[in-house]
Design a protein. Structure first.
Length: 261
């Protein structure tokens, strides 16, 4: 069973800590200590920082640059929406932040304990039960199993289904388990790639309350299409177009620009 290759960066906290990227002909660490970044008050400002992110893909018609020098910062309690048309690079950027993809150049500084993309199910081992997958992840993150399992059992409402192999789960059951596991670990910043609510209407309300109600103090980075969610829950927005990105504090302006793309 080869589980490790399918794990995103956040599920491999001790692997690749000094992974390096080529940028302007120099080798720079993709993870730098934020202890040297000091706020005016004299205390470190802990944040997620993307600095000059470039991502290129080789295609049959040549190299396509999806992201071209994208930079932003998200500190604790801040919520950044990522807006752009389909193919603008929103999901690619989320995957780079999580470590699922490597940027062609640029750096990601992870000063907050960051989740994998919310509801990501790619890290589950299908032959293991939901129970065993939970136990495995809790060991990786060194969090108490009983407390974590109790939360997931109550939140997912899967009952005895947690004791059968995940490969027998429906897509909805898998999403419930992945969503609950993301919330069960005490992350300081949540990555969200369009999936915010899963399941039926009642379960969606439950997801909403957990994510936006009980975790108001957490940072979030959301690749999203809904202007209503942006205006209601976000503090800033990154608009992507033709590989370039610009951060707006004025959410109405950001949504108007996005709607005109």
């Amino acid at each position: 069973m080869n589980f490790w290759p399918s794990l995103p960066h956040m599920l491999r906290p001790r692997i690749g800590q000094m992974a390096r990227a080529e940028y302007d002909g120099k080798q720079i660490a993709t993870e730098q200590s934020l202890a040297q970044t000091v706020a005016p008050e004299g205390e470190p400002r802990r944040a997620i920082r993307a600095v000059d992110i470039v991502k290129e893909f080789e295609t049959e018609i040549g190299i396509r640059r999806v992201l071209n020098g994208v930079s932003f910062e998200v500190a604790s309690g801040e919520r950044l929406a990522i807006l752009g048309r389909n193919g603008a690079g929103k999901s690619t950027l989320i995957q780079i932040l999580s470590g699922l993809q490597i940027a062609t150049s640029g750096t990601v500084e992870r000063g907050l304990r960051m989740s994998w993309p919310l509801a990501l199910a790619g890290g589950f081992e299908g032959e293991l039960t939901g129970y065993d997958n939970i136990r495995f992840i809790t060991r990786i993150y060194d969090v108490p199993f009983r407390e974590t399992y109790g939360f997931i059992e109550d939140f997912t409402e899967l009952g005895q289904q947690l004791h059968i192999p995940v490969r027998y789960y429906s897509s909805g059951m898998t999403m419930r388990l992945a969503f609950a596991l993301s919330l069960a670990i005490d992350f300081e910043c949540y990555l969200i790639d369009e999936v915010i609510l899963v399941g039926d209407k009642r379960f969606q309300i439950k997801c909403h309350d957990e994510l936006f109600g009980k975790r108001q103090d957490r940072a979030m980075i959301l690749a999203i299409h809904s202007n209503d969610i942006v205006k209601t829950f976000c503090t800033s927005a990154l608009v992507l177009k033709a590989g370039r990105g610009r951060v707006f504090q004025d959410l109405d302006l950001a949504c108007n620009i996005y709607s005109s793309l």
